[in-house]
Design a protein around this ligand. Structure first.
Ligand SMILES: C[S@@+](CC[C@H](N)C(=O)[O-])C[C@H]1O[C@@H](n2cnc3c(N)ncnc32)[C@H](O)[C@@H]1O
Ligand code: SF4
Length: 404
């Protein structure tokens, strides 16, 4: 069970992490996630921890201008807790919209991370970016400051679909910023797409994939639209203004994406992610899926080190206030038991093309395998369990069969 930390707790695990937990740090990659909780408008489908300027108002300490300083304070605290972890293998700025901050704030945080812990020589340093929040100049500044991978929230090439999603960018802006990113020296460019938006036809989805492929990204993520509770989209669906996403339509759209991306030379490596070359797989996300360690900075950010997981207070003002008082922003933590860690491995690693080591399955899971293979959900066993395309469509059911 998660335990809530008292407001004055100096750090996760009351200032320390047990030595056996810290000892695990050396065994797997260590990454840094920085959550940037600001957006110009809130998209109706999104329930991420992000705030528009009017939602934040004049809450003390929560301004964009003060944000990088607050993150640097958390970095000081993390350095005290972790001591000398191995050099950081990946940094990921996610949001929200990280690129609403001046580039110098983001690159200053990269420099501070490098200063405290060192960056591995081949470290992957990603920022998410909304297409209308960057230009040639800001992209050049991000690249010059050490960010070497950029992930654009394209979502769709169709104006109608973008409008339903409340996305503000002109679809023509995406090829322009991809070209600007290339000109700035980004070798790793990723595009995020969403399928299953109410009213989106299969033909519109095909055109979005083709438009993405025409930009020759190194990496593509395609997510099924989830109608999250409490969002404006959910209210519109509930009122009958928009139809709910349909499972068969989502399955057809996933199959089309996998087909077109595969034909263009992009191989899936996680259910929702495709890469043009093995080196273009997102190393930071792989760390989440393969039991790596990471410290998540920022309001609401989650961290994991050696089976201990903790997360920060959610509101940017509360986050800033904790740090300004010299306190940890951690809100709660939990220690994962051996069985929980095994279940998480099944859940996450079965979604990867590298697959799940069969030895992780218990007797019930091993017994379920022959039926899953006979049903065409799992490739015939080698030493790892790998989902077929049909299995990827029914991944939740496969996991339920493996961990009944
Ligand atoms: C939270 S956003 C942050 C980056 C940036 N602000 C953007 O929108 O691209 C990261 C990705 O999550 C996707 N996302 C957010 N809510 C979603 C939902 N309900 N269903 C599917 N994808 C979602 C976004 O569209 C985006 O591609
Ligand atoms: S821009 Fe991205 S993070 Fe912001 S509300 Fe939209 S989907 Fe969410």
């Amino acid at each position: 069970m998660p335990s809530t930390l008292p407001a004055g707790s100096p750090a996760p695990a009351d200032g320390r992490l047990p030595t056996d937990v810290l000892a695990e740090l050396a065994a797997r990659p260590f990454g840094v996630y920085v959550h940037v909780p600001f957006c110009t408008v809130r998209c109706g489908y999104c329930d991420f921890n992000t705030y528009t300027a009017s939602e934040l108002g004049t809450a003390p300490g929560a301004s964009r201008a003060d944000y990088a300083d607050a993150v640097r304070r958390e970095l000081d605290l993390a350095a005290d807790v972790l001591g000398s972890p191995p050099p950081v293998s990946s940094v990921f700025f996610g949001g929200g919209t990280p690129t609403l901050l001046p580039p110098a704030d983001l690159t200053g945080i990269v420099a501070a991370v490098a200063d405290r812990w060192g960056l591995a020589p081949d470290a992957e340093v990603t920022s998410e970016a909304n297409p209308d929040s960057v230009d040639a100049e800001s992209l050049a500044a991000l690249r010059a400051g050490g960010i070497n991978r950029i992930s654009f929230g394209m979502q769709s090439a169709e104006p109608e679909v973008l409008a339903t999603l409340d996305r503000t960018h002109d679809p023509a802006r995406v090829p322009a910023v991809v070209a600007a990113a290339r000109a700035a020296g980004f070798d790793q460019v990723s595009l995020d797409l969403i399928y299953g938006t109410p009213g989106e036809t299969l033909e519109q989805w095909r055109r979005s994939i083709e438009a993405a492929l025409a930009m020759e990204p190194d990496h593509v993520s395609a997510y099924a639209l989830v109608v999250e509770p409490g969002t404006a989209l959910e209210r519109r669906v509930r009122r009958g203004e928009l139809p709910a996403p349909d499972d068969d339509d989502l399955a057809d759209k996933y199959a089309l994406a996998d087909e077109l991306l595969g034909r263009a030379g992009y191989a899936w490596y996680e259910i929702s992610n495709w890469a043009r070359r093995p080196e273009a797989r997102c190393r930071h996300n792989r760390l989440y899926w393969t039991g790596g360690h990471w410290w998540g900075f920022g309001p609401g950010a989650h961290s994991h080190v050696g089976g201990v997981r903790w997360w920060n207070v959610k509101h940017p003002a509360a986050y800033a206030a904790r740090l300004a008082a010299g306190d940890s922003p951690a809100h709660a933590r939990e220690t994962l038991g051996v069985e929980t860690r095994r279940l998480e491995r099944v859940l996450l690693e079965s979604r990867l093309s590298d697959g799940l080591e069969l030895g992780v399955l218990d007797a019930a899971g091993q017994q379920a395998l022959p039926d899953l293979v006979a049903d065409g959900l799992v490739e015939p066993p080698r030493d790892r369990l790998v989902l077929t395309r049909r299995g990827r469509l029914l991944a939740d059911a496969v996991v339920r069969a493996l961990v009944p």
